[in-house]
Design a protein around this ligand. Structure first.
Ligand code: ADP
Ligand code: ADP
Length: 222
């Protein structure tokens, strides 16, 4: 359903991505791994329509993506910049839902369910500065979940949290994945994390980047 064909991306003369063809299967968890600087973030930005490819195409259900589709949510690495500091946790999670014209009761239900699923039911009225880094990142994840995207793109979302929190968040992703039938594309430079989380792993080489290998993970996820 989400596919890149012959994708290349250059920044002026600098070729970040040479030629990538890959598929991100509907309802599956695909990890993109590769060394630092190989173009993982660039690929994710092209997948979301935030960056225009220099060559090739990004297709969602056969149609080229030119801007982030309504059916997509993004979670970035830097949680300290992803939440609005003047809004409470609840208000942050509510923010993207404005676009959806939901009844207030439906909206509140989604917010509460999403925050409960990341273990933040008791922190709804707190401000980001009152939360630990892991809690801020869970707020960003809850915001994406409450939106009920068909496609969730995550760029090294656990890179800047401590090891225990990271492991908790990885398990949270597995539970969310079992619960909501989302297509997830997850960028990481950690091969262990990709094997733990992914159904499929797209391994990128170094620049100018192409796909080195596509692996299927023979693990039964919960
Ligand atoms: P990764 O996410 O794998 O670390 P990136 O996609 O961030 O890689 O970057 C790929 C390469 O492109 C890197 O060498 C990076 O320095 C370069 N790059 C990324 N964004 C820009 C930009 N806006 N302008 C110029 N070079 C960039
Ligand atoms: P990541 O590890 O997630 O790729 P980076 O620190 O490489 O993060 O990049 C952070 C942001 O800066 C990205 O949006 C990337 O596109 C941009 N960036 C990276 N390298 C360059 C560069 N050489 N020139 C301009 N922007 C860059």
């Amino acid at each position: 359903m989400l596919r890149v064909e012959g994708l290349g991306k250059s920044y002026n003369d600098f070729v970040a991505i040479g030629d990538i063809t890959a598929e991100f299967a509907a309802g599956k968890f695909t990890c993109i791994v590769g060394p630092s600087g190989c173009g993982k973030t660039t690929l994710l930005k092209c997948l979301s329509g935030l960056l225009a490819p220099s060559k090739g195409r990004v297709l969602l259900n056969g149609k080229p993506i030119t801007e982030p589709p309504e059916s997509m949510a993004l979670v970035f690495q830097d949680y300290s910049r992803s939440l609005y500091p003047w809004m409470t946790v609840r208000e942050n999670v509510a923010f993207p839902l404005r676009k959806k014209r939901l009844a207030a009761s439906d909206r509140d239900e989604r917010i509460e369910e999403a925050l409960a699923s990341v273990g933040l039911a008791d922190a709804m009225d707190k401000y980001p500065w009152q939360l630990s880094g892991g809690m801020q990142q869970r707020t960003a994840i809850a915001r994406a979940i409450a939106y009920k995207p068909e496609i969730l793109l995550m760029d090294e979302p656990f890179a800047s949290v401590d090891a225990q929190t990271r492991s908790d968040l990885e398990d949270l992703m597995l539970r969310l994945r079992a619960r909501y039938n989302m297509t997830i594309v997850f960028v990481t430079h950690d091969i262990d994390e990709s094997v733990y989380l992914g159904d499929h792993i797209v391994v990128l080489g170094s620049r100018p980047t192409t796909v080195k290998e596509t692996l299927n993970v023979p693990l039964a996820h919960p």
